[in-house]
Design a protein around this ligand. Structure first.
Ligand SMILES: NC(=O)C1=CN([C@@H]2O[C@H](COP(=O)(O)OP(=O)(O)OC[C@H]3O[C@@H](n4cnc5c(N)ncnc54)[C@H](OP(=O)(O)O)[C@@H]3O)[C@@H](O)[C@H]2O)C=CC1
Ligand SMILES: O=C(O)[C@@H]1CCC=N1
Length: 268
């Protein structure tokens, strides 16, 4: 894989570039970026990570891998711009939520196509990614993709239909946790603690809980019960969550995201 082009240069492209360059998975000089119009953004990525800016569309012909990293609504326009410049052997890796392999085949022709659903923690080597392939992806190419994704976190191969669920769970997942932290932080401030202190406590609490789940190998409900003393503070807190329909809210959150991914697949 000598030359890799990101078509779309936003948050997700940057997270992957950051992770791959930092983890020395792909040298920056092999990475190229292009977008619709924001040249400043391309210059920022060039200055920050040492990647190349694609100068003209003819250069697309030299790419070994094209990573699709635009919003789902922009996919069609991007296909129209790039399709006549892509050579038949060039592989495609799409991070676009909801857009099916079949749609990419229709837009860019029959070729090796993989869909990956990473998350923005790829930037620090902590992505949780799901991946699916079409039949033209060789075992060698699969292995390469899995290595590239394992270098920036964990990766799980699934049937393409399950990517909707992975998008809803771990693709969008960081945003749910940041949203939780926003709420947590504002209560901490209400109690008169400094933002710095609350942040330190919450980050450590989340990291510690995740590490406990990973190392102690007990179910979340067992770990939860160990924190919850009868008649104590946690019990009071959990009761308030129940009274405010916490489980229903989380279930609705993830199911709405999954349903939205399916809508995106239909072009809605
Ligand atoms: N952000 C996330 O956490 C995750 C995102 N994804 C997926 O990654 C994709 C990108 O998301 P994100 O990075 O957040 O989006 P951003 O809005 O940050 O970036 C989108 C990029 O696409 C470019 N673009 C738009 N239209 C075209 C076009 N026709 N040709 C070339 N480039 C184009 C934009 O260029 P310009 O600025 O010039 O308009 C911009 O660089 C989405 O499909 C999303 O589903 C997947 C997993 C997680
Ligand atoms: O919100 C989105 O549609 C994308 C997909 C997963 C995370 N961000």
């Amino acid at each position: 894989m000598q030359k890799i082009l990101f078509v779309g240069a936003g948050s997700m492209a940057e997270a992957l570039i950051h992770g791959w360059v930092e983890e020395e998975v792909v040298p920056a000089h092999q990475l190229y970026v292009t977008n619709r119009s924001n040249n400043e953004r391309l210059e920022y990525l060039q200055n920050q990570y040492g990647v190349n800016i694609l100068k003209e569309h003819n250069e697309i012909y030299n790419m070994d891998l094209i990573i699709l990293a635009m919003k789902p609504k922009d996919v069609k326009a991007a296909f129209d711009t790039i399709k006549s410049f892509i050579k038949p052997e060039t592989a495609i890796l799409s991070v676009v939520a909801g857009i099916a392999i079949e749609t990419i085949e229709q837009g860019l022709g029959s070729r090796p196509i993989a869909r990956v659903m990473p998350n923005t923690s790829a930037a620090i080597g902590m992505s949780a990614s799901g991946i699916s392939f079409n039949e033209q992806v060789t075992q060698e190419l699969k292995t390469l993709y899995l290595q590239m994704l394992e270098a920036i976190g964990i990766v799980i191969e699934v049937d393409e239909d399950k990517l909707h669920a992975i998008t809803a769970l771990s693709g969008s997942g960081p945003a749910y946790l940041y949203y939780l932290l926003e709420a947590w932080e504002s209560v901490g401030l209400e109690f008169g603690l400094s933002k710095e202190v609350v942040r330190k406590l919450m980050v450590q609490t989340i990291a510690g809980s995740a590490a406990m789940l990973q190392s102690v190998k007990e179910e979340p409900d067992v770990l939860r019960r160990k924190v919850t003393s009868p008649g104590g503070t946690t019990e009071a807190g959990i009761r308030a969550l129940e009274n405010n329909h916490f489980t229903e809210a989380i279930s609705a959150c993830i199911k709405s995201a999954e349903a939205r991914s399916r809508e995106l697949a239909k072009g809605e």
